[in-house]
Design a protein around this ligand. Sequence first.
Ligand code: ADP
Ligand code: MG
Length: 445
Amino acid sequence: MLKVEHVSIQYHERKVVNDISFEVPKGEFFGIVGPNGSGKSTLMNAINGSLKLAQGSITLHGKNISSYPSKELAKRMAVLPQMSELSFHYDVREIVSLGRYPYQKGWLQQLTKKDEEVIEQALIDTNIQSFQHKLLHTLSGGERQRVLLARALAQQPEVLLLDEPTNHLDLSHQMSLLNALKNLTEETGLTVIAVLHDLNLASLYCDRLLLMDDGREVDLADTNLVMNEVQLKKVYNASIQRYEHPSIAKPLITLEPFEKEGGNKLINSLYISEKEGYFEIESEHMWKFYSNFSNSGWSQSFGLNEANAKGEQLGVFSIEGTIVKSIQLKASIGTTEILVVGSLEQSKQQNSKLHLFVFIEGVLSERAFSQALILVTEAKTSAFLSVGNQKSLVQGNPESLVIAASQTGETMNDFYQKKMVHLELAEAITQTMNSLFAKEEFLEC
Ligand code: ADP
Ligand code: MG
């Protein structure tokens, strides 16, 4: 429907948009992202017909946008301005009715029944009926933005252009604006082309993305593909990580604001307190952890905790009549130092339980965390078999298994790619368990 072909735009001698091409079909939510100064606004201004192209063409339904009379173009394309240049003397309904100007023949023409219907619908779609008779300056920023959207919708455009529409809005208003637009694309087939500076909003709402840098296309594809960590790092020159959104199938982009200290220093900051019926590992630093009770997060303190089983924060274990013996073992996987803490817990009422904590001074991806949990579980099982002493140990009890990483130092994306890592981790677990079981007096009790 809207076709941008080999478009270049220059200010004086300088090309700020360089050979950009894409096509947006009806009903798509199309996003444009890129660092400041990459040419996004310039491109948007060219699409709405207010800038001359140096090269290429922009067509709507096969017809060059520059050949549409301005009222004809306004019936097909509307722009949501960033913030209003609007007069404060109008009330909300009057401002929305200004959107009908392309359909009016003369200046002083009355609104027709059809005009009134469209205005009403725009008020409903943007949920502003309740304050339609208020003056604009009495409204909040979020409400004003919705009024401007209603005015744009009253034009009944096929294409709506938005340049950083959520800039002045708080989180809830950003979401409600974008939700409203997303619904319109689905329900009425409205086509949206939006410049969004927030990569997470872009990934939540856009079907496809054009990623620009220095006037050029870096990528043009489904949002999921464009949100590629390596590519984003390079373009934004920032420490960006991609994760998967916890509740919907979309990427989640996170930023790391500052350099962290690391280099096997953090592993030395762990200390273990062990008294009768009490066991705790603490650190001055936060560790990102995953446990076999499917809880995860960041913590400075780890222990054998009843709360573990309930999925609450890891803390201190303390039950009367319980004996805890623990052992710690420093090892390494490749050049990365790890600390394995094994702890046996036995009370009169219950069978012994073996708890394992593996601290890794490295940056683990989500995948590496889940692999590590599996590797450690396997290593624990085979160590049981090789130790051959299971007399009072019953599997299936709520035993803790915690993988914690400092998220500093070497990056580990995939343990299975490195056979040695796998073996070294397994070896450390086996050794820890051997040493624990060597504490015979404990097992005799
Ligand atoms: P973005 O919206 O991606 O931040 P812009 O399209 O606003 O980028 O700007 C792209 C480049 O064009 C920038 O280097 C900017 O300084 C330059 N530029 C923008 N508008 C003008 C103008 N009116 N005259 C000269 N240079 C401009
Ligand atoms: Mg801009």
